[in-house]
Design a protein around this ligand. Structure first.
Ligand SMILES: Cc1cc2nc3c(=O)[nH]c(=O)nc-3n(C[C@H](O)[C@H](O)[C@H](O)COP(=O)(O)OP(=O)(O)OC[C@H]3O[C@@H](n4cnc5c(N)ncnc54)[C@H](O)[C@@H]3O)c2cc1C
Length: 579
């Protein structure tokens, strides 16, 4: 299905790019003595919420603070044999979460970062994108006269300034980057600047091109690779960073194109369509799969199309690949996109637009790690193979002792909180408390207006698994609408749906999907239930405050019906004491 849009509007001037590469800096701090560890632990916990600056440090954002390059670690690790108990390569949210937890477990930790602290999430991902979504979402809301009128509100004309919105995203990233750095320094994690590579078991070399004063060789009992990912750009697409760009460039919001084609309708493409249409752009999705939003539960995707796509200036081409994209000149020459049918492999159309955002997924950033030195090879796409404990596997499929890989680099679940959770699990394994993260309990969210969130299997996947497992008749689906929720109706935001897929014979929760106001916040009750093995029987009795959006889930859980003979609730309620 496809709608035609008017011809592209002329583009606007493109200001010069600004390098975000911060100068290479590092700092060595002594490892806290055992007596100072509770303090360190408190500091770690206090700063774990990324937005909180440490209590001891200046709250100004100072990402490029001049700190001395670490030539060598401050002190040997607890066992005295290595410089560190744990050395992490890559200081994104995965590496950061692992470092905090390792210190809490009493380990001496070093972390090597080759670019900017906070990695993709803080600098080029979750954080700046949510800032753009917050500002542009407000613009959309303020421009929605009918909605405001229904609440008895009238506003004059609503305008926005692009640069302050862009500055909000940049400043937020800078603030959180500073907070992250301080949270590590406060608890005595050594931050070493440079690109790291393994040279032998327990040994990592790091260096910064052009800096002879930075770098060295360090040893550690355990090494964790947390090098993340970069945007994947399919062949045939030329990125110029101005008219054809990835999310890395788009987040700087250096212009608002009149007509932007977004290649890929996954969550990154969808979030940018939300931002661009709110700021006045027209959007064309180009999607290789037959449907938009592949990977989402189909029913939720259909409703998302009704709420997030159809009412907006968005059209789409599905079942086609953008096989050739040639950059243009803003306001002078359009970008051309050659579309090829996925099935026939024939060129079927050529589009001319002002700009193209390539949102075709992420590629692991694992080149140059010299993994061959430890008998490890990445897979065809560059991901590092790991077992379910995040222990790296060698070419024979055997775990390499003391070598771990977490986050986007292993490709298991490419989300920020998954990276961090994997890091914590791996540290637990190192500490002798084997722990395997249940990825089916990890929630995911798309921060559009309204939001979409889910945990576990889609209805399609759950039914397929049930068919193969011989329990197809036991899989049931329960749904509830936001239209039945008082709080949503008070906000005049009744568009939305929550659905749960579960087993009627056991009460097992197989998947929960939500689209609607604050769906990203609502999903956690379901994901925590899955993580802790709670069943429908358990969560049916949970009490939710009235009137809240959380009652959407209350209604959902209570609407589930179990077969006679299903096991009783596992959780034992703490009963009120008799007076
Ligand atoms: C636009 C966008 C929006 C997103 N929104 C969300 C969201 O809302 N929620 C969510 O959960 N996820 C989101 N993500 C995904 C999320 O950003 C990633 O899943 C997450 O950042 C992965 O964390 P990581 O620690 O594995 O890697 P990264 O964050 O990529 O960090 C890896 C770090 O390692 C460093 N590094 C790489 N190689 C070396 C080396 N050899 N030596 C030293 N250092 C090295 C890199 O410089 C980088 O700092 C988004 C991503 C994008 C692009």
């Amino acid at each position: 299905m496809r709608r035609r849009l008017p011809p592209p509007l002329p583009g606007r001037a493109w200001p010069s790019c600004r390098s975000l590469f911060f100068s290479a800096l590092s700092k060595t701090q002594p490892f806290p003595s055992p007596s100072s560890r509770p303090l360190a632990r408190r500091a770690a916990l206090a700063t774990r919420a990324l937005a909180l600056p440490s209590t001891t440090s200046n709250t100004q954002a100072t990402p490029a603070r001049a700190v001395k390059a670490a030539a060598a670690p401050a002190a040997a690790s607890g066992n005295g044999k290595y410089d560190y108990d744990l050395l992490i390569i890559g200081c994104g949210v995965g590496g950061h979460g692992a470092a905090l937890h390792a210190v809490e477990c009493g380990m001496k930790v070093g972390i090597i970062e080759g670019h900017d602290i906070g990695g993709t999430c803080v600098n080029r991902g979750c954080v700046p994108s949510k800032a753009l979504l917050a500002a542009s979402g407000r613009v959309r809301e303020m421009k929605n006269e009918a909605h405001l009128k229904s609440l008895g509100i009238q506003v004059g004309s609503v305008t926005y300034d692009r640069q302050p919105i862009a500055d909000h995203a940049k400043n937020l990233a800078t603030t959180i980057q500073g907070n992250l750095q301080r949270s590590l320094e406060t608890i005595g994690v050594d931050i070493l600047r440079g690109a790291g590579k393994v040279t032998a078991p327990h040994t990592v070399k790091y260096a910064l091109p052009g800096r002879v004063d930075v770098g060295g060789t360090v040893t550690a009992r355990d090494i964790m690779i947390a090098t993340g990912s970069v945007p994947f750009v399919p062949p045939g697409i030329t990125i110029d960073g101005k008219t054809v760009f990835t999310s890395d460039h788009a987040l700087k919001l250096e212009w608002v194109p009149g007509w932007v084609a977004i290649i890929g309708s996954g969550y990154i493409g969808l979030e940018f369509s939300d931002v661009y249409t709110a700021l006045g752009s027209e959007v064309t999705f180009i999607e290789a799969m037959d449907d938009l939003m592949p990977g989402f539960d189909r029913e939720i995707a259909r409703l998302a199309q009704r709420l997030l796509i159809n009412p907006r200036k968005i059209d789409w081409h599905t079942g086609v690949l953008a096989t050739k994209v040639t950059p243009g000149v803003p306001g002078v020459k359009p970008v051309t996109i050659e579309l090829t049918d996925v099935k026939t492999k024939k060129v079927v159309d050529t589009l001319e637009v002002d700009a193209v955002l390539v949102a075709t997924g992420r590629a692991p950033y694992t080149a140059g790690l010299n993994l061959g030195a430890l008998g490890v090879e990445t897979d065809r796409r560059g991901f590092i193979p790991v077992d379910d404990k995040m222990n790296v596997l060698d070419t024979a499929g055997k775990p390499v002792p003391h070598l771990w890989c977490i986050g986007d680099a292993n490709g298991k679940y490419m989300l920020a909180h998954a990276a961090s959770a994997q890091g914590i699990s791996a540290v637990e394994c190192m500490a002798g408390r084997p722990r395997v993260l249940n990825h089916a309990s990890v929630p995911a969210a798309c921060f559009t207006h309204p939001e979409v969130s889910f945990v576990g299997a889609t209805e399609e996947a759950a039914r397929e698994a049930a068919e193969a497992g011989g329990y197809a008749s036991k899989v049931k689906v329960v749904k509830t609408s936001f239209k039945a929720n008082s709080k949503a109706l008070a906000e005049k935001e009744g568009d939305g749906l929550a659905k749960m897929i579960y087993r009627a014979d056991t009460g097992e929760i197989l998947g929960v999907h939500i689209i609607g106001l604050h769906a990203a916040d609502l999903i956690h009750e379901a994901s925590n239930a899955v993580a802790t093995g709670q069943t429908v029987q358990d969560i049916k009795f949970a009490v939710h405050a009235h009137p809240t959006l959380a009652e959407v889930l209350d209604e959902l859980f209570k609407g589930a019906h179990l077969e006679a003979g299903a096991p009783a609730a596992k959780a034992v309620p703490v009963l009120a004491k008799a007076a």
